[in-house]
Design a protein around this ligand. Sequence first.
Ligand code: TRP
Length: 439
Amino acid sequence: MDQRETWKTRAGFFLAAVGSAVGLGNIWRFPYMVSEHGGAAFVLIYVGMMLLVGIPVMVAELHIGRSTRKSPVAALVAKGGPSLGLLGGLFVLTGFVILAYYSVIAGWCLRYLLDSFSGASLHESGAYFERIATGKDALLFHAVFMGMTIAVVACGVTAGIERCVKLMIPLLFLLLGGMGVWALFLPGAAGGYAYYLKPSMEELLSLDTLSAAAGHTFFSLSLGMGVMITYASYLEQKESLLKDAAVISFADFGVAFFAGLVVFPIVFALGIQDKVGESTVGTLFIAIPEAFAKVGGAGKLLSFAFFLLLVMAALTSAISILEVVAAALMDSLGLKRIAATLLAGLAITLLGVASAFSLDVLSVSDAVAGTVLLIVGGLMISVLVGWFDQTVRDELSAEGKGVTLFLLISLRVVAPLLLFLVLSDAGPKAVEAVLGLLR
Ligand code: TRP
């Protein structure tokens, strides 16, 4: 592929990578994980995971992409021979499954966004959620969201993805900032902050929390399925990959952390923290609109802003996943971009039908593809780059000795051991969940 596309500007690459990382994972999944896994303990472990494992694996993925300038399947074959094509295939499969349910959730957001105008989503939000979360309505909005995603990716790296993120990411930061200021003045804010920021020691030490945090690190940073490989394959410049990885990761964590500062005061202002304690995928979709309904006239506006934020965050993430699958089809089947994008997009839309009709399928897909398969992918990447890729040393040599040593130790020892430990917990659980679904 000699006329491979490249980012028009470096900022374009950054915004695209941050756009991929910042998504439903930050605003919906992070607070939901925090409330399921002991509040602040989860936040702390998450940060540890991000520093010890997330950033090194991101450097490894960026390195694979930039040094081969190929999409994941071809890049891995170039690095380690044909058998690694299987790992690339696993990436594509993972992306396939993740986007299929991700888009259903994004469809809910789109639905909430439109219903903000009439205020329909603000009344009896529990019943409203039940009505729209599954069935024909869910399917319709899932399909619309996939259509938007396909449209962006079909336009290409610069004309589609880069243009979309340059518009949406700044707007997203602005909206989130505004919501944070609003939440600060809610009556229950202090209780919310306390729950969010004071860790409980028991949770801090459990393997369950550790594996949830590891899975979420990969999900939130878009690691373990080749997004960063693909995006870096459109890079030309030779600048520090570590700096890139650090900036992307901290921007992502910043947004998740800030989203928590919005969500927890809301939850506590409403006094529904117990409900959130045993939270399910839908809890935030019920709690947040309930809070908006209470503020009266401004509620519609707040609802509009919040769900616009979610839709934009979801879109800039969804395009990165579709790009992986489409790029793989382009590189390996020689399809044109439009054909590859349509083919991949339609197949994913079809697979999403299952999640649009069953919340159980949706949660199990998240546990399997959105957690376990990403960890498997991350484990393989760290071993591959840490132990078998000689070029990574040259790449890192500009970073200084200490940093290089840290990255190599992480990729060779820390990340594989931690991820292996986590898989021993999360793997069997995921298998059980799938079996439960089939029963
Ligand atoms: N990181 C995104 C989020 O937090 C989701 C996402 C985009 C993703 N690309 C990915 C998750 C690749 C896993 C793998 O919402």
